[in-house]
Design a protein around this ligand. Structure first.
Ligand code: ADP
Ligand code: MG
Length: 470
């Protein structure tokens, strides 16, 4: 029956389309007037329904009579995105994405899609937005580091396409929350506008799909698919730099969506102006909207992120440990979370409570261990330069507040970053004794808790010393 149908179809549709959309179909079962066919993907099924439903209906009715019905079975790829013949890895709709790494053969979903012969035009494409529900605005802590980007994201989610942030480009270094924020926008659109077609896709995936379609001479299908989307989120667009042809497709999609009032959200690890290898015509379009950056969160925000994370996961640890971790991990949020997880793992492994001692041990693996031993003299120089304090004043018995604080901070840093004894450190400050050093370190810690400018100074200096010790 199926091969008869194919003969008819072959004469009607273009050869290339026939190859792409009909050859990959496997007839599986014929029960009375119901033919079950197996298709390579959910997308494939959707596409057939969108474009060929009438043709399929007609030909099948010719073969099986008026009551003919068609059922689909969807084969799901085992995570191998570099497509087999004709298989499209455009996100599947309405169903889970099956990802079975152990199996290298296609998986058959047991309950077939029972949706024969829908009247075209009535059915809107159902596209799984590929969103992770965990990434929400609520769980994305706001700080100075991300305020603009987060607020712009909220606006975009409220009025997708109908705001002046189109495209919204979110950029920033690794682990600073680009993916989280981009996904939060998608999730919020879905929550507030359930009818909108949202799709999150990484640029790598976009490029892979494009190349698959390009090999199958189906670039137009690829572009048409993307043009159906209301809110398109593309993560890590910097990877487009080395994919010239994909940029062309993206350009076409971008223009179509933008003109139709659809929303684009892009993320990048660099500011758009620094995206080497990106076509100027794309970059100029990025400027139509808003580019907002994500910075490393400051100390307070880091504490808040840790506390929120602990609360969400039902965890608890002493405030001083939270502070210790937040203070010492100042690279990015991913490392902050990594440190927290290691800490919990170590604590449960060794059946030990989490305290600062344990944190110190665990964080040794995170904070880059100095390969160079930095000297007390070097730290003194750095602090003097930073506060613009003359070196000899640091050693004398001046009681001027700025000098006293600079001296205390220097001692504190010397204690933290050198292996010198308290006694030796004291000697480097005009022969003070070790109790003075202890007192200084304590004062610095206390002031950091209460004085935010002071704390920022110390943290900035800490970074300088860390860099110098690398
Ligand atoms: P990027 O995509 O920029 O590399 P991610 O979005 O993957 O970074 O973020 C890394 C981790 O840090 C994720 O687990 C994310 O949830 C978390 N994260 C980043 N920024 C924040 C924030 N402001 N509040 C809470 N969690 C955050
Ligand atoms: Mg990311």
């Amino acid at each position: 029956v199926w091969s008869n149908c194919l003969k008819i179809i072959k004469d009607i549709v273009e050869w290339q389309h026939f190859k792409t959309w009909f050859e990959p179909i496997n007839p599986v079962e014929l029960k009375e007037n119901v033919l079950m066919i197996q298709v390579p993907s959910q997308f494939f099924y959707e596409y057939l329904e969108e474009h060929y439903v009438n043709l399929l209906a007609k030909t099948l009715k010719r073969e099986l009579g008026k009551e003919a019905r068609l059922e689909y079975r969807i084969m799901v790829d085992s995570g191998n995105t570099n497509g087999r013949n004709g298989s499209m890895d455009v996100p599947a709709s309405g169903m889970k994405t099956y990802n079975n790494n152990e199996m290298n053969f296609p998986l058959v979903i047991d309950n077939p899609v029972k949706n024969p012969f829908v009247i075209p035009g009535l059915k809107k494409m159902q596209i799984d937005p590929q969103l992770n529900q965990m990434y929400t605005f609520d769980s994305f802590i706001e700080g100075d580091c991300n305020r603009v980007a987060r607020r712009a994201g909220k606006t975009v989610a409220e009025k997708p396409g109908a705001n002046s942030f189109n495209p919204l480009v979110i950029y920033g270094g690794v682990g600073l929350g680009k993916t989280h924020l981009a996904q939060a926008i998608g999730n919020d659109v879905k929550r507030m506008h359930p009818g909108k077609v949202v799709l999150y896709v990484s640029s790598e995936k976009f490029i892979n799909q494009f190349q698959d379609h390009s090999r199958n001479n189906a670039i137009n299908d690829f572009i048409h698919f993307y043009q159906l989307i209301d809110v398109l989120i593309i993560d890590d667009v910097q990877f487009f730099s080395r994919a010239e042809k994909s940029q062309d497709a993206f350009f076409a999609i971008f223009n179509h969506l933008h003109q139709s009032g659809k929303q684009l959200v892009l993320t990048s690890d660099k500011a758009p102006k620094d995206l080497d290898g990106m076509q100027e015509r794309l970059l100029s379009r990025f400027r139509w909207g808003l580019s907002a950056d994500l910075q490393v969160p400051d100390y307070e925000t880091r504490i808040e992120i840790l506390e929120r994370k602990m609360k969400n996961d039902g965890l608890d640890m002493p405030k001083e440990v939270v502070k210790y971790v937040a203070y010492n991990i100042n690279t990015n949020v991913r490392e902050l979370e990594g440190a927290l997880i290691s800490l919990l793992a170590q604590s449960s492994l060794n059946k030990k409570d989490i305290d600062v001692e344990l944190a110190k041990k665990v964080l040794r693996n995170f904070v880059k261990t100095s390969s160079k031993e930095i000297t007390i003299d070097a730290i003194q120089k750095m602090v003097c330069e930073y506060f613009d304090v003359p070196y000899d004043k640091l050693l004398q018995k001046t009681r001027k507040r700025e000098i006293v604080q600079a001296r205390q901070i220097t001692m504190y840093l010397a204690k933290a970053f050198t292996k010198n004894s308290l006694k030796t450190i004291g000697e480097h400050f005009g022969g003070r004794d070790h109790t003075t050093v202890i007192h200084s370190c304590q004062t610095v810690k206390d002031l950091m808790d209460t004085d935010s400018i002071f704390r920022e100074n110390v943290m900035e200096l800490t970074q300088k010393v860390q860099l110098a010790a690398m």
